[in-house]
Ligand binder design. Structure first.
Ligand SMILES: C[S@@+](CC[C@H](N)C(=O)[O-])C[C@H]1O[C@@H](n2cnc3c(N)ncnc32)[C@H](O)[C@@H]1O
Length: 285
């Protein structure tokens, strides 16, 4: 923002947009709206209805602080502390992956498969903010949902989200699907595992690379197939007969995922951008 203080919310918004454009952030217009609204304690819609409203020094200082953070490429969701997913607001913060819109496809597919069936058991491997598990628990109220993560920080945030959104989810701290081997079989095992390869690090946006947790982003030991193999073995072993494994894929993983799942009943689902985004594998009946 420039030196002379803005006098109205509208002026503040215009300056915020210019500032973020100069800093080269991804979406200066939208980000300015979200951050200025947050600084003023308003929704985006309320902000647009109050553009003529005068702003006080404390509000200008608060907006400036948020904009400076965004200017350093901190994700907007970490600055505001929340992100929308499937029409609900999820709390997020450092140490937890920001839910992505493409993950809604995995939820759609799981929801369709659970629909109309009583007492479906669902396991979410690598739950992060809990966005998948909590959404499924709320969308399919008769389901019983277990969510696993190795990160205590992620589980803390996921538990808080479940409490705020009123979702009944059982959270388990553990390492991969093997940690649920002793649980009764599941009808659906869903996972959005870390799938970025370490050599892709340089091409990632600084928001992601410098701020989001390594544990949530990168395939372990640089092995692009680590999670696919593990979910196809230990993840499939968690399924009841006729159950399904649904795994979110990186944008180039589709063909390899299908090849790895060749001895199973497997198919790929495309997202809105036409990218093969989810691998579905059926357990034998
Ligand atoms: C790509 S993030 C997905 C988070 C969330 N499900 C979502 O879609 O936004 C992957 C998650 O897997 C967790 N994770 C990484 N390694 C794990 C492991 N060995 N066992 C269990 N969870 C793990 C990370 O902590 C992270 O929360």
């Amino acid at each position: 923002m420039v030196s002379e203080s803005p006098r109205t919310a509208g002026e503040m918004l215009a300056r915020a947009r210019e500032f973020l454009a100069r800093k080269g952030t991804a979406e200066p217009r939208l980000e300015a709206e979200l951050l200025v609204a947050h600084a003023l304690g308003l929704s985006r819609l309320q902000l647009f209805l109050r553009l003529d409203q005068p702003v006080v020094d404390a509000e200008v200082a608060r907006a400036r602080e948020l904009l400076v953070r965004r200017g350093k490429h901190e994700p907007v969701a970490y600055i505001t502390g929340s992100r929308e997913f499937y029409g609900r607001s999820f709390r997020v913060g450092s140490g937890v992956l920001v839910p992505r819109p493409e993950t809604e496809l995995l939820v759609d597919l799981a929801r369709e498969r659970a629909k109309g069936r009583e007492g479906v058991r669902i396991a979410d491997i690598g739950t992060g903010s809990g966005c998948i598990a909590i959404t499924l628990a709320l969308e399919v109220p008769s389901a019983s949902v277990t969510a696993l993560d190795i990160s205590p920080r992620a589980l803390e945030v996921a538990r808080a989200n479940a409490a705020t959104l009123g979702a009944a989810v059982e959270f388990v701290e553990g390492d991969g699907p093997e940690a649920l081997a002793a649980a009764p079989r599941f009808d659906l095992v869903v996972s959005n595992p870390p799938y970025i390869e370490p050599q892709e690090r340089a091409s990632l946006a600084p928001d992601v690379r410098d701020h989001e947790p390594e544990l949530a982003l990168f395939t372990p030991r640089g092995d692009p197939e680590h999670w696919l193999r593990r979910l196809l073995a230990a993840g499939m072993a968690l399924l009841a007969p006729g159950g399904a494994l649904l795994v979110e894929l990186g944008h180039r993983q589709g063909p390899r995922a299908l090849a790895l799942a060749a001895q199973h009943d497997a198919r790929l689902h495309k997202d809105f951008a036409g990218i093969e985004r989810v691998l579905e594998v059926r357990a034998r009946v």
